[in-house]
Design a protein around this ligand. Structure first.
Ligand SMILES: Nc1ncnc2c1ncn2[C@@H]1O[C@H](COP(=O)(O)OP(=O)(O)OP(=O)(O)O)[C@@H](O)[C@H]1O
Ligand SMILES: [Mg+2]
Length: 258
């Protein structure tokens, strides 16, 4: 399988097993530069496992992951994030006892080299870095309507607000590609459409996304193409209309429920 020029990320023949169980069984897919790619499939299809592989949280037994033309298969989470690839988690990972603002400041990229010494010595460079992170965090929180809650504990937020905080934490790294694992799960419909608008506005600024969702309204509104995963494999891909009309997709979902 060749890497097309408009692919920002490409997954080739990735396998993940947990003991006897195969979670990913030779997955192939492409995430287009500047696009919003959808990933759907029944519970247990391997969607989060795939994101774990892409984010560097999960080792895999075979295959390759290419990001912007580079083979990142053996890169650490940190190196992937530095290169512009980051993700959110299905279960939000905010630090509940810290404030909303502190959560964002902790997610700011580290200064290269000697960060600790700069901080200890309170150098001008460290102060400038902190001021930049603060301005970025404030701008993000204002943009998503959470600035008024900046000094509240993160565990006081609603489920939807936690999803927004999780997304903002990923955005502190100024990524090029963000993988969103169920950004609409447990979120009220008004906030779902606000999150969708926010994703669309980030896309208009040049950011690329892949979204795992069970909320088909969100997938239909944002994503093209849509990949359908079932039992660790890509069953089909195409526009939302195309994949929804696919007989095996209907069967895979019904099979997941039965
Ligand atoms: N660390 C692990 N150890 C053992 N099995 C695992 C592990 N992680 C995932 N699995 C199994 O791998 C399969 C795929 O899990 P995964 O979380 O990727 O599914 P998913 O498509 O994200 O499902 P959902 O829509 O419910 O989030 C499931 O059967 C799950 O139980
Ligand atoms: Mg999942």
């Amino acid at each position: 399988m060749s890497l097309q020029t408009d692919d920002l990320l490409s997954v080739q023949d990735v396998h993940v097993g947990f003991g006897e169980f195969t979670a990913l069984d030779g997955a192939h897919l492409h995430i287009a530069r500047g696009g919003i790619t959808g990933m759907v499939g029944p519970n247990g299809a391997g969607k989060s496992t795939l994101f774990n592989v892409l984010g560097g949280q999960q080792a895999h037994q075979g295959g390759r992951v290419l990001f912007d033309g580079q083979d990142i298969t053996h890169w650490s989470v940190h190196r992937r994030a530095q290169a512009g690839l980051t993700r959110t988690f299905q279960i939000s990972r905010e630090m509940g006892a810290l404030t909303v603002l502190e959560n964002l400041l902790l997610a700011a990229p580290q200064q290269p080299g000697e960060k600790l010494w700069h901080a200890l010595l309170n150098t001008a460079a460290a102060r400038q870095h902190e001021a930049q992170a603060m301005a970025q965090a404030q701008a993000l929180l204002e943009r998503v309507g959470l600035w008024r809650l900046a000094h509240e504990r993160a565990d006081s937020l609603s489920g939807g607000q936690k999803k927004l905080l999780e997304l903002c934490r990923a955005l502190m790294l100024k990524p090029r590609l963000v993988l969103l694992d169920e950004p609409a799960a447990g979120v009220n419909p008004v906030l779902v459409s606000e999150i969708a608008d926010f994703i669309r506005s980030l896309q208009a600024e040049g950011m690329s996304f892949a979204i795992v969702e069970h909320n088909m309204d969100m997938i239909a509104a944002l994503c093209d193409p849509v990949y359908v995963l079932a039992q660790g494999k890509v069953l089909t891909q195409g526009s939302f209309a195309q994949v929804s009309a696919h007989a095996q997709v209907v069967e895979a979902y019904l099979g997941g429920v039965a």
